[in-house]
Ligand binder design. Structure first.
Ligand code: FE
Ligand code: FE
Ligand code: ZN
Length: 277
């Protein structure tokens, strides 16, 4: 079984995303909880959210992977930016309960010169203020490419955040193939070794979702430019190994490749074929 999908626009509402996913041949999807550049979110439409919940159940979709805005920087060096980010996280996690039991993925943030340790404390503090015991969502920290002062390039950095979160049973990790590659993890020549390292540092039980992307740049470039599957430096063989790896089964795979709908349809079909081979 593989669940695969791509990012969909939430502008037409929840049920519309479910239907759009089906039309693309997908059985999971990602969506931004608000404009990816940040700002105020639309009010939740409970009826529409329930309609999606029913739709997903009837069609055995995998878990959805909601994505926080890129601008949400919980560990900025500026107090007002941290405050704004915390407000988004707090609000998003409450809104996510309208579609209970899904994933909410975010970029840990950029420390902007303060150093990883200070950033780790800010990120963990924001999670400790925002998570609540009754929540049904699992919050995913995304593995980052290490562009600029991004936190979360190494598995150790993610582990340090998790260790500081009180309700850390609600925390998981989303592995982005482009990001780990750009971050310097050689998934082409040593996927087993990378997963073993992940297991030792974080624990594979925390690995909940995969962002499946090729990379425009070579191993360790710290760039974060996604490519279509097979059109980058990671290549088809490696991406196929990721999809088919026994330790990576039963997780939602989300495409974040530069494509239009027709391109996504093709990639979704291609990935399903790899899996069936
Ligand atoms: Fe991301
Ligand atoms: Fe990603
Ligand atoms: Zn990226």
């Amino acid at each position: 079984m593989i669940n695969i999908g791509n990012h969909l626009s939430s502008s037409d509402g929840f049920l519309a995303m479910g239907k759009a996913a089906t039309a693309l041949g997908a059985d999971t999807f990602a969506f931004f909880t608000r404009n990816p550049r940040g700002g105020k979110a639309k009010d939740m439409d409970a009826l529409d959210a329930n309609a999606l919940n029913e739709y997903l159940k009837d069609r055995s979709f995998g878990k959805l992977v909601a994505h926080a805005p890129y601008t949400m920087n919980l560990c900025s060096d500026k107090a007002d930016i941290r405050e704004f980010a915390l407000g988004m996280l707090y609000d998003d996690l409450r809104r996510m309960e309208f579609v209970p039991g899904q994933y909410y993925n975010f970029h840990p943030g950029s420390h902007v010169g303060q150093g990883v340790e200070a950033a780790t404390e800010f990120i963990a503090a924001a999670l400790n203020e925002s998570l609540f015991p009754e929540m049904k969502t699992t919050v995913l920290l995304e593995t980052m490419a290490g562009k600029g002062s991004e936190v979360g390039r190494t598995f150790e950095e993610l582990r340090a955040i998790i260790d500081r979160v009180e309700l850390n049973e609600k925390i998981g990790v989303c592995l982005d193939t482009c990001h780990v590659w750009d971050g310097g993890y050689d998934i082409a020549n040593d996927l087993d070794g990378v997963l073993k390292h992940f297991d030792e540092v974080i624990g594979l039980e925390r690995l909940k979702a995969i962002h499946l992307n090729d990379s425009m740049n070579p191993l360790g470039a710290h760039k974060d430019r996604h490519a279509k599957l097979g059109e980058g430096h990671i290549g088809i063989d490696t991406l196929k190994n990721v999809v088919c790896h026994p330790l990576l089964q039963n997780k939602p795979f989300i495409l974040e490749t530069p494509n239009d709908d027709a391109g996504y349809m093709k990639e979704i079909e291609m990935v399903r074929k790899w899996y069936e081979e």
